[in-house]
Ligand binder design. Structure first.
Ligand code: TRP
Length: 352
């Protein structure tokens, strides 16, 4: 992973004065171009039933013991003295137990306990005062939230907030009817470059990333658009570690691929310009860092922006030069898909 880059964050509210601004001209109709086929997604590994005939008693007994262990760890989350250890153990085991999300969501008091972990860290954000120890602990809580955000049966519940039962005990931390992802925004909003903060931002982005990864419904995108996730992602794309940048641009790409998301981002010149500026700064950094994974996302984002006719016109003037010439041809050698995206993008811009 590359070191932390620290360019000055751009102010997205700055009023740009571009020489050429198709947005101030007649409002053309929005592009009706269908969304790109989505990049291959790593879907959660489906539950693999073990054939009964092969499941001997030993294995079954082990499975029962494992389940029992999971349940007792979940119960330990309710005990402040045991919570830290239980968070660690459960976050380690979360991949092995497919229905952990359901257990976490439906067990009384668990979601409030996880949210309480999160909220308890807020006072350490500003001024920045997060130790590695505290960061690890809250990141383990975030890993469990990610598990809930990823599971098809709990994802929507996660977006909507908590059940009445849970809300009743959540009064302590004043989270009535909250949309759970919003709890992560204060973490995404931090700017300290120290490792504990970087780790916290990356893990929080991971939860949002897990939400947008499932592309079976667009309620996630619509929810995120009603929040300020885009400026948060843009800032991380400017200033984060390479890994954070990758997750942040993945989220923005997912938003762009959604029809409403594209329309939203291209709706005003300021929004388009904010996204375009960050992408173009990334391109210029990529000439140095040669981070190919980021480059793929950047190309995909530009290509998708070019589906919108006004954005397409603006891109004719502001697509960064390294994407037009052969700067990245060596880096993209062998990556047919991205090369094809880049060619399509350039063709789109050349079309009248
Ligand atoms: N509230 C801001 C807006 O609606 C959010 C925002 C800032 C934004 N920068 C953006 C949205 C870039 C989309 C793209 O403009």
């Amino acid at each position: 992973m590359s070191g932390l880059l620290s360019p000055k964050p751009v102010s997205y509210l700055q009023q740009p004065t571009p020489s050429y601004n198709p947005y101030v001209r007649g409002l053309g109709p929005y592009s009706e171009t269908p969304p790109l086929s989505n990049a291959p997604l790593a879907h959660p590994v489906p539950h693999q039933p073990v054939g009964q005939q092969f499941m001997n008693n030993n294995i079954r007994a082990d499975a029962v013991r494992e389940d029992g262990k999971i349940y007792s760890l979940v119960i330990e989350l309710l005990d402040p003295a045991m919570r830290e250890g239980a968070l660690l153990e459960l976050s380690k085991k979360r991949e092995q137990y497919d229905d952990l999300a359901l257990v976490l969501w439906h067990s009384f008091g668990i979601m409030p306990a996880l949210l309480q972990e999160i909220v308890s860290v807020y006072p350490l954000l500003s001024p920045p005062n997060l130790t590695a120890h505290v960061s690890n602990r809250v990141c383990n809580a975030l890993a469990l939230l990610q598990c809930v955000a990823s599971h098809s049966e709990t994802r929507q519940l996660f977006l909507n907030g908590m059940s009445l039962d849970n809300i009743i005990i959540a009064f302590v931390i004043d989270i009535f009817s909250a949309h759970i992802p919003l709890f992560l925004y204060p973490f995404l909003n931090t700017t300290s470059k120290t490792r504990p903060f970087e780790y916290l931002r990356l893990t929080s982005l991971g939860v949002i990333g897990a939400l947008v990864k499932q592309n079976d419904n667009n309620t996630v995108i619509h929810f995120l658009l009603s929040t300020e996730i885009i400026p948060l992602c843009l800032r991380i794309m400017e200033t984060g570690s390479e890994l954070s940048k990758t997750v942040a641009i993945f989220i923005v790409q997912k938003i762009l691929l959604d029809e409403t998301g594209l329309t939203y981002i291209c709706h005003t010149y300021e929004r388009f310009y904010a996204v375009g500026t960050v992408l173009s700064n990334m391109v210029n950094q990529l000439v140095e860092t040669q981070a190919v994974r980021l480059l793929k996302h950047v190309v995909r984002c530009y290509l998708r922006l070019s589906d919108n006719l006004r954005a397409r016109e603006a891109l004719r003037a502001c697509l960064p030069e390294p994407l037009r010439d052969q700067t990245f041809s060596q880096l993209l050698k062998g990556d047919m898909v991205t090369k094809r995206c880049l060619t399509t993008l350039l063709n789109n811009l050349n079309e009248q």
